[in-house]
Design a protein around this ligand. Structure first.
Ligand code: ANZ
Ligand code: ZN
Length: 882
């Protein structure tokens, strides 16, 4: 068979892609109906922040979701695959400050650009359901839910620490504090306590923890990260009496939280948070201590800042009495690594068994006494110097006339101490009580910023906090705001905040805090189920029919906060009647990043890949600046980022190669959970494969085949049909498991088989072979349709079909064709495995025996003799007895 030259024309993605996008649009095939009776499937990719342009990470994420959506549609399911915009946030305000464009204008312009880019990718999205979280038609419902949550006791106002910039007189977000200083003013940041709105997520700590076990289609690592974040620990609250002679009047005791009461005999000091009341009391008469406390507060409020700072302490002079020994006192330090909002904001330090405590005593010369002996160590010689021992072992050095812990395991000792101190009273109260603590804090949602969802409450001097009446929602952001001064534009707006109190009618003020943007993204998946409902956030019956999301896909960077907040929010929505389930995401997949080589010029400046020409291959590759020929240094492979300029613009790729090539390459190179290295060579390889498929289908299209399926097939036909159905079976299996790179490999293999078949065919193929070729062509196109939808349509049309391949059902696999024609059996000689033998599946005992005796390994073992016996266990094993 020879290829018809008219079909060897190049596939022109630039012409074909927009054409098919229009055809899909015109046919409305991605618009999903809520009353479709077929089984539902909800696939969702994390929606983008409209930063300006899409990046390769988006391309990867959305391609994967699109493959799933297209596959499930072909499985005859009613697929929901929506898209929207996580559109509030600081970058819009920064743009307003830097470039004098209004956040709203900037955001909507970015949405328009990015929507066009996404559309050019050929994603099968239901754009009729598009939402932008910055739109009053979205955030009004969020305000309504805030009020519902408030009524249900899920919202509170709490004193919370914020980063305060004393020069700009404004609250800073954690990311605006750089090395302890305000990002604009450069002033040392202070911690301030402000009333903040919080969601009571901590009421759900235990439930959020336990339900992780039910999320069996989530990656284990994400579940573990959430578990650690919730941070359940079982410990003991212990009251230490204070030595009156050393203690400011009014203070008598210090309560601490510990998870290791077993180590009490190793205690060397007490430490309290800088804002612990006892620290404040002690500082009142001690200016040096007061200065230390002020200094410690400059760390800012982020956990990271606190964890990485050098451990520092200040001896208050106060002495605490050891609860197991009235004659033993411990110095009380104020220390920068103790947090006020965990446990009681106070600890006893046991340096031998806690690294932070050890670092601390080594700095202040307080020494250490080990009390847990690691297995195999000698109690007379074991010492701790720089590394604390936090493992299991046997208690020692832990005995006095009150209690003897020696020889116990730490667990046993924990119980012994807990029981004794719980039964001991001081001032009529037990010295200790057991307590379960969670690291998870309530979710502070107040932000002192403009570009966010206004918190719908009103402050009245007479009535206090009054909810905005529901019929006044949305509380809309004013458009006329200024960004010329630091601080919250809503605060200094001349009129916006002045309102009448809904309760007493007197003068009152609107809340000027807006919500954390994580609130916006905690329920958008529910909104997509019925974005047309103007009177309520959801239509519960509809939301319950669609939810949970069957497959959620996004980056691992959202493994903790976004997912945890969404899990909480779903529960809160359930409590307030907006939805009927606890868990929003039944299946979760976290895709890897897109990485790329980095390039630097002679001056050490980063250079964009687009300006670099690579010559040579492998180790001899060299890079040159395309414009001047200047030598460029090829650096390490890193996550694509603007700072290293190692970004490739999806638009450029789509423009030069087409969206299908970009999609194919994204899926092909590595398992989807791993990073993918973007290379020009790789993209070119994908592009060549696109062209090859186009030629191959062109050759199939040239074949005239009978309409009806032939009654029997010759050997060549069967071989091809087996390859087709094997590929079909494998791709189906791997797509449903999101193993896209393996799907790609199966399609390559099948394309090779098809191409071999065509090559070996007669000039005038038999009817059954022609039919098989056609069948193979049809299957091939439908197999790659989810990955390369435009090329698939073009090929489908070339094959003479009048339908859209995007609407075709998945081909049915003929299972009879999957049965392998040969079988491989292990061969033993005297019970020891020596070789394998491959025989036709239907081979009889004699045929198998002959094949086995012909094996070199067996001949060698027989050494010219004939075997005593050959035992053939059909389909299992062959044993030769010599
Ligand atoms: C004595 C001790 C001995 C501790 C030892 C540990 C090891 P998790 O597991 O995270 O709950 N701690 C308690 N409150 C703290 C606070 N507000 N700021 C900083 N650290 C605090 O950790 C509990 C342990 O963290 C507690 O147990 C306490 O130190 C410390 F060998 O008490 B431990
Ligand atoms: Zn009032």
């Amino acid at each position: 068979m020879t290829a018809d030259s008219s079909k060897t024309e190049r596939y022109n993605a630039r012409a074909a892609e927009p054409k098919w996008q229009k055809a899909w649009d015109a046919a409305g095939i991605y618009a999903t109906k809520n009353d479709d009776p077929r089984p539902k499937y909800y696939v969702l990719e994390m929606f983008p922040y409209p930063s300006g342009r899409i990046h390769m990470g988006h391309v990867r994420n959305y391609t994967m979701g699109d493959v799933v959506a297209r596959f499930k549609r072909a499985m005859n399911m009613n697929v929901l695959h929506p898209m929207g915009w996580d559109a509030f946030g600081m970058p819009a305000e920064n743009a307003a400050i830097d470039r004098k464009v209004h956040p709203k204008e900037w955001t909507y312009a970015n949405i328009a650009t990015m929507k066009k880019q996404l559309q050019s990718m050929g994603l099968s999205l239901d754009w009729a359901r598009e939402v932008a979280t910055c739109d009053p038609s979205y955030y009004r419902h969020q305000q309504r839910m805030f009020l519902d949550f408030l009524k249900a006791g899920l919202v509170a106002r709490e004193y919370r620490k914020v980063n305060w910039d004393p020069v700009d007189q404004t609250v800073l977000a954690n990311e605006q504090v750089i090395d302890g200083r305000g990002w604009r003013s450069g002033a040392l940041v202070e911690q301030r306590d402000l009333y903040q709105w919080v969601f009571k997520i901590s009421d759900y700590s235990q439930e959020l923890l336990e339900a992780l076990d039910t999320l069996d289609r989530w990656p284990d690592k994400v579940r573990l990260m959430q578990k650690n974040w919730i941070g359940r620990s079982e410990g003991l609250l212990v009251r230490f009496m204070l030595d009156a002679a050393t203690t400011p009047s009014g203070e008598t005791e210090l309560e601490i939280f510990t998870t290791r009461p077993d180590t009490l005999f190793g205690a060397k000091f007490m430490a309290i948070a800088p804002d612990h009341p006892l620290a404040q009391a002690a500082a009142a008469k001690n200016p040096k201590l007061a200065a230390f406390i002020t200094e410690a507060k400059h760390l800012g409020t982020s956990q990271e800042a606190i964890d990485t700072a050098e451990k520092m302490g200040f001896d208050t002079g106060i002495r605490a009495v050891h609860p197991l020994d009235p004659n033993w006192t411990l110095p009380v330090y104020v220390a920068n690594f103790i947090l006020m909002d965990y446990g009681t904001g106070a600890i006893f330090g046991c340096p031998a068994h806690d690294q932070r405590d050890l670092d601390f005593v080594n700095k202040y010369g307080l020494g250490n006494t080990p009390v847990v002996l690691p297995p195999g160590q000698d109690p007379n010689t074991f010492v701790v110097t720089d590394t604390a021992y936090d493992g299991d072992g046997t208690m020692f050095n832990s005995k006095n006339n009150v209690i003897d812990l020696n020889g116990m395991t730490p667990d046993k000792a924990f119980d012994a101490v807990a029981n004794l101190l719980a039964a001991t009273t001081r001032g009529n109260r037990p010295v200790a009580q057991r307590q379960v603590n969670y690291r998870l804090r309530d979710w502070g949602i107040s932000r002192q910023r403009y570009w966010g969802c206004p918190i719908p409450v009103i402050h009245c001097d007479k009535c206090g906090v009054v909810p905005a009446p529901v019929d006044t929602l949305p509380v809309k952001l004013p458009d006329d705001v200024t960004f010329d001064k630091p601080g919250n534009p809503l605060d200094r707006h001349p009129t916006w905040k002045n309102v009448k109190c809904p309760s007493c009618g007197g003068d009152a003020r609107r809340e000027t805090d807006t919500m954390d943007t994580f609130v916006d993204s905690s329920w958008y998946f529910a909104r997509f189920t019925d974005p047309w409902n103007e009177t309520a956030p959801t239509t519960p019956a509809v939301a319950n029919a669609w939810m949970p999301v069957d497959q959620y896909i996004g980056g691992i960077e959202h493994a903790i906060l976004h997912l945890l907040y969404s899990r909480f929010f779903t529960r809160a929505m359930k409590k307030t009647g907006h939805i009927g389930m606890d868990e929003p995401f039944a299946g979760l997949f976290t895709q890897g990043m897109v990485v790329h080589e980095t390039y630097r010029d002679k001056a050490g400046q980063w250079v964009e890949p687009a300006n670099v020409t690579i010559e040579g291959m492998g180790d001899t590759r060299i890079a040159k600046l395309t414009a001047t020929g200047e030598a460029i240094e090829i650096g390490s492979i890193e996550k694509m980022s603007k700072s290293k300029k190692n970004v490739v613009d999806p638009d450029d790729i789509i423009e030069s190669y087409g969206a299908d090539t970009a999609r194919w390459f994204m899926l092909s190179d590595s398992p989807p959970e791993r990073d993918v290295i973007w290379t020009e060579e790789g993209v070119q390889g994908a592009w060549r494969f696109v062209q090859r498929l186009w030629r191959l289908i062109g050759e199939v299209a040239d074949v005239t085949a009978p309409e009806a399926k032939p009654a029997s097939f010759g050997e060549d036909s069967l071989k091809l049909r087996k390859a087709a159905h094997r590929a079909l079976n494998n791709v189906s299996d791997d797509i449903s498991k999101l193993r896209f790179n393996r799907c790609v490999a199966h399609i390559y293999e099948f394309a090779n088989a098809l191409s071999d078949s065509i090559g070996s065919a007669e000039t005038a193929p038999s009817p059954d072979f022609a039919w098989s070729l056609r069948e193979a062509g049809d299957i091939l196109v439908r197999l790659f349709q989810p990955m390369m939808p435009h090329l698939a349509e073009e090929c489908w049309a070339a094959l003479g079909h009048k339908t859209l391949v995007a609407t075709q059902l998945w081909p049915e696999v003929e299972t009879a064709l999957l049965i392998e024609s040969s079988i491989t059996l292990p061969v033993q000689v005297n019970g020891k495995k020596r070789a394998d033998v491959t025989v036709p599946r239907e081979a009889g005992k004699d045929e198998i025996e002959a094949a086995v005796l012909a094996l070199d390994e067996v001949k060698r073992a027989l050494d010219g003799k004939s075997p005593k016996k050959v035992i053939v266990v059909p389909q299992r094993i062959v044993n030769v007895v010599v």
